[in-house]
Design a protein around this ligand. Structure first.
Ligand code: ADP
Length: 452
């Protein structure tokens, strides 16, 4: 059953039940109030009437009494104090004498007969000087009147109930349309996303839960679209990165096969270099894909970060010397941090080799700062520097500020992306402060205590 139909039916059911309960309770309450009111009034009036009849009896005896109770005639005949009887004109009033013989009957049926009191009638004695001279019997029944009154109330309630039900039906249809419309829009949008129409979004009109679902859906679609773009870019970048070394390898091998070039050691050295470049790229990609999937194995232990820095500096000393770059480490000489020393070594290697690569003569200084909560490592160079507009993209995969220059200098464009993912896996942060012409300062921090 559709949600709209469910809401409408539920609303109608609630209204109809509420109306039925209200009708039952009001009928009961009215019936009770009605009979109490009539009973009290009738008793009071019968007693007044009995005293009027006693007065009449004292003056006239029973003679002419039956005429007094002719329906609607009591007052017209000017019999003092009988006006009250008009109240009972629709009921039967009987007066008996001391012996129980009927002396007056508004229906004029039982006059002269002995009257046996039936159940449900009111009997009031007619007293004169403390002595019973007769009885006043009223067969007044409020039943019919009460029944009519209650049934008219019931009828009014049923009409109101029907009106309310129709109203509930209209409100239910309106509400369900209003609620189901965004759901239909959302389900159509989800189908479009599934059909790879990734730019599709849903309009968000309200700030309620439905609006929130719409906004969340749009956010999810945005993220799917972004990831799809990244995936496409990554495939294009990988293909692009592999093409150059592979075409160099292929070209050289073909030339060797056709004996156009000599199989000299330099040729093999160049082929070897290209194959190293390819395997480095594949290794980097593998690290990143593992980091993305969250299954990159980290071997955390308490290690001396200063020791790791010294090791990497030693490895790169010769390369720096080739470019006349002074490589020096400052700051703490022993500082234990919970880390994977191999991965952090790789982060340092990427950052320091970048600093050497993008510096023509000068100095590359590595500083370890022992801060209260973090250990911070700075790799500051006196190189080219990076323009502000490139900084936000530096840590993206395959991002290079000057593509041709960097390809020539051997970078894959993955070094900083890898450094970022490794540092973040340690719960740390990495960023850069740089100015064109003034060099760059790459900084990463690692938390001192790390809960596993
Ligand atoms: P690559 O392998 O190309 O060096 P990275 O991810 O390590 O890739 O660096 C991305 C880009 O950031 C580089 O191509 C370069 O343009 C810029 N870059 C990185 N480090 C430095 C630095 N120390 N000085 C200037 N530019 C840098």
């Amino acid at each position: 059953m559709r949600i709209g139909v469910k809401i409408t039916l539920l609303l109608v059911l609630v209204v109809a039940t509420a109306m039925a309960i209200a009708t039952t309770f009001s009928s009961l309450a009215i019936s009770k109030a009605f009979s109490t009111y009539f009973k009290n009034n009738a008793e009071l009036r019968l007693e007044e009437m009995a005293s009027d009849i006693a007065d009449y009896y004292q003056k006239n005896g029973w003679k002419g009494i039956d005429n007094v109770f002719m329906p609607g005639m009591g007052r017209g005949r000017g019999q003092g104090g009988m006006g009250m009887m008009r109240q009972f004109s629709a009921s039967r009033i009987i007066v008996t004498d001391r012996a129980g013989r009927v002396v007056s009957d508004t229906l004029r049926e039982k006059i002269g007969q002995y009257y046996e009191a039936e159940s449900g009638v009111e009997v009031v004695p007619i007293m004169v000087d403390g002595e019973k001279v007769g009885a006043l019997i009223s067969a007044t029944t409020t039943g019919k009147l009460e029944e009519n009154f209650i049934s008219s109330i019931k009828m009014a309630n049923i009409k109101a109930g029907m009106l309310a039900t129709i109203l509930a039906l209209i409100v239910g249809i309106y509400l369900s349309k209003k609620m189901s419309k965004p759901l239909v829009t959302l389900s159509e949008a989800a189908k479009k996303i599934a059909n790879r129409e990734l730019s599709h979004r849903v309009p968000v009109y309200t700030k309620d839960e439905i609006g929130e679902v719409g906004a969340a859906f749009n956010k999810m679609a945005e993220s799917i679209e972004h990831n799809e773009l990244l995936r496409k870019n990554l495939i294009a970048d990988v293909a692009h990165e592999l093409r150059t070394p592979l075409s160099i390898l292929r070209g050289n091998l073909e030339l060797l096969q056709e004996e156009i070039i000599e199989p000299a050691p330099e040729v093999f050295a160049s082929l070897h270099e290209e194959s190293i470049r390819i395997s480095r790229l594949v290794e980097d990609l593998q690290s990143l894909s593992h980091a993305d999937a969250g299954d990159l194995k980290f071997d955390f232990d308490s290690e001396d970060l200063a020791q790791v820095v010294r090791k990497v500096v030693l490895e790169l000393k010769a390369e720096a010397a080739k470019k006349n770059i002074e490589l020096c480490a400052e700051g703490a000489t022993e500082i234990y941090v919970r880390m994977d020393q191999y991965r952090i070594g790789q982060v340092l290697y990427n950052l320091i080799s970048n600093a050497i690569r993008y510096t023509e003569q000068g100095i590359v200084k590595i500083t370890i700062n022992d801060l209260p909560e973090y250990v911070q490592v700075e790799i500051k160079d006196s190189g080219t520097g990076i323009a502000e507009e490139y900084v936000p993209f530096l840590f993206d995969r395959f991002y290079r500020v000057e593509k041709s220059r960097n390809r020539f200098s051997g970078g894959s464009g993955l070094g900083l992306a890898i450094a970022k993912s490794f540092v973040e896996a340690h719960g740390g942060r990495i960023w850069v402060e740089s100015k064109i012409g003034e060099g760059s300062n790459f900084i990463f921090s690692l938390p001192k205590e790390r809960e596993q």
